[in-house]
Design a protein around this ligand. Structure first.
Ligand code: CTP
Length: 131
């Protein structure tokens, strides 16, 4: 019985998001998802997500393989979130390969392969073409 935790923006929900969450859940019995706050995204990318954090977390919470959702307020708090949510495994996409290994004294750190050929950034660019 393992508790899994993962993080992301999950803006403009797409199949890559669904697949990584489904595969994360297969690693254990309970999946917690930290959905990054609007402010955190703004500070990283100088733009707000298309969907506000309340909508992004509602969408993620509605998925059958997600058990708990919270708002990730800071990228620096991963260790605190892992402890707070009693996670046994941290799952990240393989775009982060190696970057969170420093947390492996707290929990197992696994990087799952991203779905090729899709991202929120790419979708937004596609949708813009219809303007
Ligand atoms: N993810 C994935 N496959 C994709 C896109 C995302 O597995 N094609 C995973 C990421 O690795 C991460 C989670 O979904 O674990 C949330 O990613 P997020 O950054 O919110 O999605 P992106 O589509 O990558 O968004 P952006 O283009 O804004 O970076």
């Amino acid at each position: 019985m393992k508790r899994i935790i993962t993080f992301g923006t999950f803006d403009v929900l797409h199949v890559g998001h669904i697949r990584i969450l489904e595969r994360a859940k297969e690693l254990g019995h309970h999946l917690t998802v930290g959905v990054s706050s609007d402010a955190l995204n703004y500070s990283k990318k100088s733009r707000y997500p298309v969907y506000p954090q309340s909508d992004r977390s509602e969408l993620i919470a509605s998925l059958k393989f997600v058990d708990h959702v919270f708002i990730e307020e800071s990228l620096e708090l991963k260790a605190e979130y892992i402890k707070e949510h009693k996670a046994d495994i941290l799952v990240m996409g393989d775009d982060w390969e190696g970057k969170f290994d420093f947390l492996n004294h707290l929990c197992e750190v696994k990087y799952l392969r991203r779905t090729e050929g899709i991202s929120t950034t790419q979708l937004i660019a596609e949708i813009r073409k219809y303007e």
